[in-house]
Design a protein around this ligand. Structure first.
Ligand code: ADP
Ligand code: MG
Ligand code: MG
Length: 495
């Protein structure tokens, strides 16, 4: 059974758009449009009209391997040899503005003798993949990056996949080629990411309450001011309340000193409510630390008994540099003892080079210096940053490094990654602000996963796969930020 996108006439398309608007507004599949110019105006989040086709085998492969990825990052955190600290220390020298500052906070946290420390940590992760097409046209999912802080779209992904499922079941996709779009044969899964993320935050709350022998606590969402994607966060908050009666408070990092207090018992409190879990949807980029006090506030939260999602150390484990290092088999083996698991993980990596003084690093630096367009068009250069819009592509790599960073030693703050050969798909349509865009799209699959670890007992107490996200972008834009305006939330039709 092959799946082709429905060929709807204009009246049918209008009906689908109307259905999407109603469903989106009724179910919270929404986003602020533009906070600066159109205060508080919401719209249905940018979405595709149809789910995008993905081979079942590739999708299931990504789902199956998530727990191994979770284990990898958990073991990096639990490792006794301070390997992570050493790597981050070395990167800090080159990236003093951000990694260096976070690492500085982490050192102050370790050496802080005043407050009691929490030994449980929550890692709410999203592992991102693109479908790489080989020369023989066979396809494999290859990892783009592993995110350990502020992973977004868990809630909207559940909503958009349920929307597409609803549209299909209700016959709205039956167009002129309805025989190839028989709803009975279409497998449109619904992502469980919203329910799963909320249930994992609840696990953090319960763990804290049992550990501290208290009966009530709340969750603190640390968010950005003027967040456009706020409903993706609030849906988690409402799920926590409606399902588990767990209350949450939302504040920005700069409001911490105003609203949060900490007494000698090392509990964080919002008024009189004890905070069990601090869930970060902010603090992943230097822009989130506008003032000196922003850094102090981040440390204030870390040096407390609340369970952090994530801790500073777990955030640092998500650095692009760590991703580069674990793609080498020797390093991977340190953290993943099982050989089959190791090989499965290796099959999802593309080559990533360091730009340091190692043999590989010197090789990669020479590649760049030779400035051969046929070679450099296969690479992307990444700094130690999160949140999109930071990468340097192809022919921009040589001028960027040689003109901006004259001291070659400082290139070590970057990694050089092979580009994944993802092929655009035709036929789907992006709906954004009520406008339809009939464009070729590139889709990135994110798989959510969670760990709860204990840094004293060195045990992984919980390891789960938590649903998925498909984000699609216009195929000629290099980066796919949905909130930034290049992309949209999509869902999957398996075949
Ligand atoms: P960030 O942490 O800022 O999201 P990413 O590593 O995810 O950084 O890169 C941003 C975007 O750049 C990705 O969503 C993807 O579209 C593109 N990209 C990153 N790495 C690759 C790669 N190796 N091949 C192809 N595209 C890539
Ligand atoms: Mg990222
Ligand atoms: Mg990314």
């Amino acid at each position: 059974m092959t799946y082709t996108y429905p060929q709807l006439d204009t009246i049918q398309v209008d009906t689908v758009v109307n259905e999407i608007n109603h469903y989106g507004l009724s179910n919270g599949l929404v986003m602020y449009k533009d906070l600066e110019n159109l205060k508080n105006e919401t719209a249905v989040a940018p979405v595709t009209l149809y789910p995008t086709i993905l081979p079942k085998e590739n999708f299931e492969g990504a789902v199956l391997i998530q727990k191994a990825y979770n284990e990898l990052y958990a073991n990096i955190l639990l490792d006794d040899s301070n390997w992570l600290d050493g790597v981050i220390k070395s990167i800090s020298e080159f990236d003093s503005d951000f990694t260096g500052k976070l690492y500085g906070l982490y050192l102050r946290f370790i050496n802080d003798g005043v407050y009691k420390k929490q030994n449980k940590e929550l890692g709410i992760f999203r592992n991102d993949f693109l479908l790489h097409e080989n020369e023989d046209k066979s396809c494999q999912l290859k990892e783009v990056e592993f995110n350990t802080i502020s992973v977004s779209f868990g809630a909207l992904s559940s909503k958009v996949s349920a929307l597409h499922h609803f549209l299909n079941e209700n016959g709205h996709y039956k167009g002129q080629v309805s025989s190839s779009f028989d709803s009975k044969h279409l497998d449109i899964p619904i992502s469980q990411s919203l329910a799963s993320i909320a249930s994992n935050i609840k696990l953090g709350v319960e763990t804290f309450e049992v550990q501290q022998s208290i009966s009530k606590s709340i969750v603190l969402f640390v968010v950005q001011p003027n967040e456009r994607n706020v409903f993706d966060q609030r849906l988690i908050e409402y799920e926590l309340f409606n399902k588990y009666k767990i209350k949450s408070k939302r504040i920005t990092i700069d409001e911490v000193d105003k609203f949060i207090n900490k007494k000698n018992d090392s509990y964080l409190r919002y008024n009189d409510d004890v905070i069990s879990v601090v869930y970060f949807r902010s603090c992943y980029s230097p822009n989130d630390f506008k003032f000196e006090k922003s850094w102090d506030n981040r440390l204030f939260l870390e040096t407390s008994l609340a369970i952090k999602a994530p801790s500073l150390k777990m955030q640092l484990a998500g650095s692009k540099k760590i991703q580069q290092l674990v793609t080498t088999p020797e390093t991977l083996k340190r953290f993943i003892p099982n050989e089959d698991t190791c090989n499965n993980l290796l099959s999802t990596f593309v080559k990533i080079y360091p730009l340091d003084d190692s043999a590989e690093g010197r090789y990669a630096k020479n590649l760049i210096k030779q400035n051969n367009p046929d070679v450099l068009c296969k690479f992307v250069l990444k700094p130690q940053r999160e949140g999109g819009g930071n990468n340097i592509y192809k022919s921009d790599i040589h001028p960027f490094l040689t003109q901006n960073i004259p001291n070659e030693n400082d290139w070590a703050a970057y990694i050089l990654m092979e580009l994944i050969n993802a092929q655009p798909t035709k036929g789907n349509v992006i709906l954004r602000n009520n406008e339809l865009h009939n464009v070729d799209i590139l889709s990135e699959l994110g798989i959510f996963g969670t760990v709860l670890i204990d840094t004293h007992t060195k045990k992984i107490e919980h390891n789960s796969y938590d649903g998925w996200l498909l984000r699609s972008k216009v195929s000629d834009s290099n980066e796919g930020g949905v909130a930034a305006g290049f992309g949209c939330v999509d869902s999957i039709a398996l075949m």
